[in-house]
Write a protein that binds this ligand. Structure first.
Ligand code: AMP
Ligand code: GLY
Length: 451
């Protein structure tokens, strides 16, 4: 049984800091490429971009790395795992062919369709003009317009009517960043319901499902404003009961992994299902082929058993041999602190204050994302992008985890820093509704009592 010693985590976001943090605690000697100011505190940062596969391979040899964990989607879609695996390096993540599950929305829909996995109905077009004619010829209904390729979360337009959908097509046509992604376009039925993230680790045969989470994709409180990479997450998402989880495993995750094996693009790594819990049951909105960010932060703080053991077993295709992971009871909350202007153009280079006091709070971990250490003063941490920190807390209840996370947030400041104030509120409302309906049931007279 291989137990990795020197582990390289590829990427520089909050997800990667959480992976580095956990793998270090699991006993690994961790390197991050390129990492951020947070990973530098736990691991050795290597100045190599996540997309520079030649330099990564050199670093693996130089530092005797025996496991590479790839964080973000772009290097996965570009074939980093194939390149490292061919060179004999144990690497966690899907091949480029399997990563199309996230890299091409058309590939994903075809796989779902072939395997009878529940998802929104859709039509696909190979040109924006054809998509426009289709919209003009059909009833005026809510739809979702999606560009086929990776577009950093920006190629999806949730539209209430035809006018908005046509506007989305125009935006895809105008904006050069979408040109490649929009060479294929999907028009989907718009689903209603509660959105959840269910993440699993798989070695291509065995699936280990992690507790369900909810992300907050809209920029502002009350789910208003533009779409973002994710402004906060909580775990577990109380909407997903044990029986619903079983349904998600049996009807979505297992057929996806089997379907990928049957079409000879076996899937290894993290399978992240973005789901809508509709009145007709859970339906797939999208798959990602890596940990969610900020979901990974909220998972890592709760994971009691070894992540290294899970990943090692997945890489060696022996997930069936190991114990199920164990989780700290209670709940976790991650609140993303962002720079002024995010998700549009942001200000960078501001000094962050209060990181020390926030980290000293019990059960609070400040995961870094867009940060770097100042070259003038290694004590000073500077902002380098939009999502800067993921302040993460664990507590015995969701309500307390939320309070704790915001206690951490209160300690931290830089010019223009902001965050959503309502992370986890939908989960808390759900818990209150459940409690109210249970107390009504127990206080209403039983049939015997009223006879
Ligand atoms: P995606 O990148 O495909 O997950 O889409 C980004 C976001 O758009 C999702 O997190 C949902 O909030 C929303 N979305 C995507 N597809 C649909 C759909 N068919 N119906 C309703 N909302 C959707
Ligand atoms: N938080 C959503 C994602 O990582 O795609």
């Amino acid at each position: 049984m291989h137990r990795s010693k020197n582990v390289l985590v590829v990427g520089n976001g909050g997800r990667e800091h959480a992976l580095v943090w956990k793998l270090t605690r699991d006993g690994a000697n961790v390197f991050a490429a390129p990492g951020n100011a947070g990973t530098a505190e736990e691991a050795t940062n290597l100045p190599i971009q996540a997309t520079d596969s030649d330099a990564l391979l050199d670093a693996v040899k130089q530092h005797e790395i025996d496991l590479v964990v790839v964080g973000p989607e772009a290097p996965l879609v570009n074939g980093l795992v194939d390149k490292l695996t061919e060179a004999g390096v144990r690497t966690f993540g899907p091949s480029a062919l399997a990563a199309q599950l996230e890299g091409s929305k058309i590939f994903c829909k075809e796989l779902l369709h072939t395997n009878d996995i529940p998802t929104a109905t859709y039509r696909q077009f190979n040109s924006l003009d054809k998509a426009r004619s289709f919209l003009e010829s059909r009833e005026d209904e809510p739809v979702v317009v999606k560009a086929d390729g990776l577009a950093a979360g920006k190629g999806v337009f949730v539209c209430s009517n035809r006018e908005e959908a046509l506007d989305a097509i125009n935006q895809l046509q105008r904006d050069p960043q979408f040109r490649t992604a929009a060479s294929g376009v999907l028009i989907e039925e718009r689903l209603d319901g509660v959105e959840v993230s269910v993440i699993a680790i798989t070695d291509g045969r065995t699936i280990v499902t992690l507790p369900p989470l909810q992300d907050h994709k809209a920029a502002f409180d009350g789910d208003r404003g533009p779409n973002t990479g994710g402004m906060g997450a909580f775990c577990p998402a109380p909407f997903v009961t044990q029986s619903l989880m079983t349904e998600i495993e049996e009807q979505i995750l297992v057929p996806t992994v089997h379907g990928m094996r049957r079409r000879r693009t076996p899937f290894h790594g993290i399978l992240y299902a973005g789901l809508m819990l509709t009145s007709q049951g859970p339906k797939v909105l999208e798959f990602n082929v890596r940990f969610g960010d900020p979901e990974c932060q909220a998972l890592c703080i709760r994971l009691e058993s070894s992540l290294l053991e899970l990943i090692d077993a997945a890489v060696d295709r022996r997930l069936n041999e190991i114990r199920s992971p164990t989780w700290k009871s209670g709940a976790s909350v991650t609140v993303v602190m962002a720079s002024e202007g995010y998700p549009e153009t942001v200000e960078k280079g501001h000094a962050i204050r209060g990181l020390g006091p926030a980290s000293e709070l019990n059960n609070v971990v400040v995961f870094h994302a867009a940060t770097t250490t100042s070259s003038d003063n290694p004590e000073t941490v500077l902002t380098t992008g939009g999502r800067v920190l993921g302040v993460t807390a664990h507590a015995e209840s969701l309500a307390r985890a939320k309070l704790k996370a915001y206690e951490g947030v209160k300690e931290i400041r830089w010019r223009g820093a902001w965050c959503r104030k309502d992370i986890a509120d939908k989960g808390l409302r759900h818990e209150q509704e459940q409690a109210a309906s249970e107390s009504t049931e127990s206080s209403s007279p039983s049939s015997e009592g009223t006879a």
